[in-house]
Design a protein around this ligand. Sequence first.
Ligand code: ADP
Ligand code: GLC
Length: 474
Amino acid sequence: MEILHVAAECFPVAKAGGLGDVVGALPKYQNKLGAISKVVMPMYRTSFLIENEWQLVHEGGQFLGEQFFHYSVIREKTNRLGFDLYLVDINGLLDREKVYGYADDIERFLAFQITVCDWLKSWSRLPDIVHCHDHHCGLIPFLFKYADEFQSRLHNIPTVFTVHNAQYQGNFDWGKSVLLPSYDSWKWSMLDWHGQINPLAAAIKSSWRVTTVSHSYLQELRQQAAGLEKLFEYEKGKCSSILNGIDADLWNPEKDPYLLFHFTINSFEIGKKKNKEELCNNFQLDPALPLFCFIGRLVGEKAADLLPAAIQHAINRHKGKVNILLLGSGEKSIENELYHLQHSLGGYFKCSIGYQEALSHSMYAGADFLLMPSRVEPCGLNQLYAMRFGTIPMVRRVGGLKDTVIDMGDDGGYGICFNHASVEDISHSIDRAIALYSNEPTQMNHFRKLMMGFDFSWNKAAQLYLDLYKTLKY
Ligand code: ADP
Ligand code: GLC
């Protein structure tokens, strides 16, 4: 079975968050299970592009509205990621340093999607499945079915669309519909949601199957989906959930190249201690104190706006007894607040504003606790990485966090869970964590060992996707 994944991110080529991790790992695991799984994504100007060798596989031209553009598709020559990786180059539109955040993102991803369709048309044997991820490729299932120049060749390809995060929908005004290739105008409503073209809604309407990345998130979407609740309710028959996995080769404390001190389930006490010392030294924090970390996008979804008050409260309440280290970037106002807080909190709070893959690994390994008070968390990978590195997750009961972390007060539990995204609930969970760290070190080690033994790898989920694809035949 041949699968083509289409996405805006894929680690290590380009990553802005968990989407990149998923697209960089799932195809590799699917190939290990005997499938032929490939990835196509935009060609950004990244170090991965410069450091690897590429083969030109296709060239063509297309239109974005009245504007003709030339494109090429290149393939990484050595299959070093464990799957064939194709990059779409559209001069001037995609080859930028960042993945998102440009004024012409709508045009960029529209041109990317049109190109993917045009390229696919040239394949002598079409893939058995096209699996699209998030709204940047949400129009592809529509274009396959209803675009005049694609539908005769691509109409029958089964499409799977995975919603990684319904907060982002890529919607734009109908005025820009002229940028789309001509399509069966009777089908305009397949593109529409509340008077706009909405690529996420179009994907849910047009693709053969829709998946989300945790069971609880699938249920939450019917109540809270940034305006798409009714659509998720209406289309529930084609929606299902497959919990994300992690790349257990990459996120592996035994051989993680970003760590100075490697450790196993049998040597985690000494291993984590050394990593913590190293991390604390680098940030002038006291390694004897419990170390709480937060890693992530500084946005409302992650409840990052609550962090300054919660951090201040925790450090004032537990004077001299707690360290907090934060890595993240996002809303400027939150970044500024956190940055200034460092100066007022007497060396107990440090933050690194920016995106640093290496530091994130050191933090998962060196932290005692990882905080995730998210308001919305479709799956969440951070808590899975934390557990793999023997770090106790402190999570709000929402989405994938609810499905992967059991509170230590419950049968078989190991993490700290709370109900509300509020300073009070975060503070209470910090109190619980400090009590565990100070009074029950044996119990804490028991939880660490338990979590390190879990298999959160993609093995299971990769098979579940293959099983789903097999039900879709044309
Ligand atoms: P989301 O995709 O919503 O941001 P996930 O928990 O699924 O959340 O995945 C986040 C991914 O991005 C993880 O791999 C995490 O380590 C990484 N990450 C987030 N922020 C940063 C940062 N500032 N520096 C390095 N890695 C980060
Ligand atoms: C999204 C979600 C996150 C999920 C990731 C990968 O970015 O916010 O919860 O883990 O996608 O599916």
